[in-house]
Write a protein of this length. Sequence first.
Length: 248
Amino acid sequence: MPRSGRAAARAPWLSALLWAGMALWSASSPAAGNMGGDHPWKLTVGEYLYAAYLGTDVNLRWREAGTDGWLGVYSDARFGTQARLGADTTIQVAQYLQVQPSLQLATRGFAGASVNVQLGGSWYGIAGLGRTDARPYFNLNFDPNDAVTLGAGHQGEGGRSYAIFVVADNRFHTQQRDWHLNVQIPDRGSHVTVDILRKSGLSDAGPIAAWGFSVNYDWSRWFLRLAYDPYQNFSAQDAWRFAGGVRF
């Protein structure tokens, strides 16, 4: 994953203002819909805690009928600031076959695309391929972008689901692999999603192998996320990520 860029001023008051606004908005709005199904817009603010500095990500996403469009800005004192936008959709080719293409653009000349295929019903297999133009990019997906994805999953009754998959670099010969075990558990009008990460390969610190995780808690209008990512983006630094947002 290409990385570049030096210090750029960030505004800490921006993150504080957005967090406060989301909390007030969520507290004053009645719950509605099913995990945001009636609310096509989703605003997320994330804070990234590194050893010596912080990063901030602000993201606005729109979703309707299986199609997403989004735009966002990431900024920290070391990488600088990068704006990005993207879109993805789900195409139901046949009863048991879905194709999911995506496109992403960002400042500094970055462009990337991917396509995933899902085959099956309640039990399914997944395969995907991603490619970029290798321009400077701060990867917020945290998996290799120029990679192949392979996995399988099960969608149970009531929203309970399980999936295991690997995202592996197949372009730059880094041996980078991110294995994910993802479990979603419904809980009385909300749901919890737990993702266990095992990553390995060449990083800025040399060969690594480490464990990470993320936990998401979703209500009908708002959500919270906590994650720990060792050697984030296969760099030499670990990161804690805190994020929250509101649907409207």
